[in-house]
Design a protein. Structure first.
Length: 289
């Protein structure tokens, strides 16, 4: 797609958003697009076209590229496309699968290996002021310790072996729990992985953080409403689902140059600690995963 010509402000800087056709990604693009051209990456060209048209109506310069984050060549192509558009200043990686959206293997491949692929493809473009924001999850903070950090490190060196071992460990639990466990494990990996890249990026004057959303009012979030997300929202301090604009503001802020000393950490955006779930409620939630 040709970038729109009626942009609010022409820019030679580019922000890349994976999962850019989704609710969280598109909401973030609307904020970052005030200062930069945006490249939306997603697996569905039709959804990308709709998202790009919405941005066009807001006067935001946008381009799109179909990108499967589990395919290293596809991600490399997206990075090349971004570099051709201008100076890449940020990457917001929102692409992911929730427990109801795939098999154990698919969830781990997209959420964990996909994050490695995206980050490694864009690290060569890093420079002073550049940033990566990876979307993790509150589930990553409560994940079962099924893998060691040595296992995690294999996601970059031997992704097939990592996927095989991670899936095998998840498949040790009762079948009804496996996808939820795989999701928590994959998002715990994102938190760990983001910390590992802080020093290499810091040497370039660049930053990386992960952001862990709780229950948000997105298509994905509502898909999980009856599977645990609704209960978590009710038990948060605010007692409700988060609004997509609220998480987008956090992602856009982290991607901007404003938090210049913030790197190598995870940011929880979960509505705050509220009432604790009873053992009965927790068991019911686990059964619904």
């Amino acid at each position: 797609m040709v970038p729109c010509q009626d942009a609010r402000m022409a820019s030679d800087t580019v922000s890349v958003i994976t999962g850019g056709a989704g609710g969280m990604g598109l909401a973030t693009a609307k904020i970052l697009g005030a200062d930069h051209a945006v490249l939306l990456c997603d697996v569905d060209q039709q959804r990308l076209d709709v998202a790009s048209e919405e941005l066009r109506g807001l006067g935001i310069t946008s381009d799109t590229v179909v990108c499967d984050v589990t395919d290293r060549a596809s991600v490399t192509n997206a990075a090349t496309r971004a570099g051709a558009l201008g100076r890449v200043v940020s990457v917001v990686h929102t692409a992911g699968l929730s427990p109801q959206m795939g098999t154990v293997e698919q969830i781990i491949a997209v959420n964990a290996i996909g994050t490695v692929n995206v980050d490694e493809a864009f690290v060569p473009l890093a420079h002073e002021g550049f940033s990566i924001v990876n979307v993790a999850s509150t589930a990553g903070h409560t994940a079962l310790k099924l893998l060691s950090k040595r296992d995690y490190a294999r996601a970059a060196s031997d992704p097939d072996a990592f996927l095989e071992r991670a899936a095998a460990r998840c498949n040790l639990v009762p079948q009804k729990l496996r996808r939820g466990i795989a999701y928590g494990l994959s998002k715990n990996f994102v938190i760990w992985w983001s910390k590992q890249l802080a020093a290499p990026l810091g040497a370039k004057g660049a930053r990386i953080v992960s952001v862990s959303p709780g229950s948000f009012d997105t298509q994905m979030g509502r898909l999980e409403e009856a599977k645990g997300a609704g209960a978590l929202a009710e038990h948060s301090a605010l007692g409700r689902f988060g609004k997509v604009q609220e998480i987008a503001e956090v992602l856009a802020f982290c991607a901007s140059d404003k938090p210049g000393y913030l790197t190598g950490t995870d940011i929880l955006v979960d509505g705050g600690p509220g009432t604790k779930m009873s053992a009965k409620e927790m068991l019911a939630t686990l059964r619904n995963l």
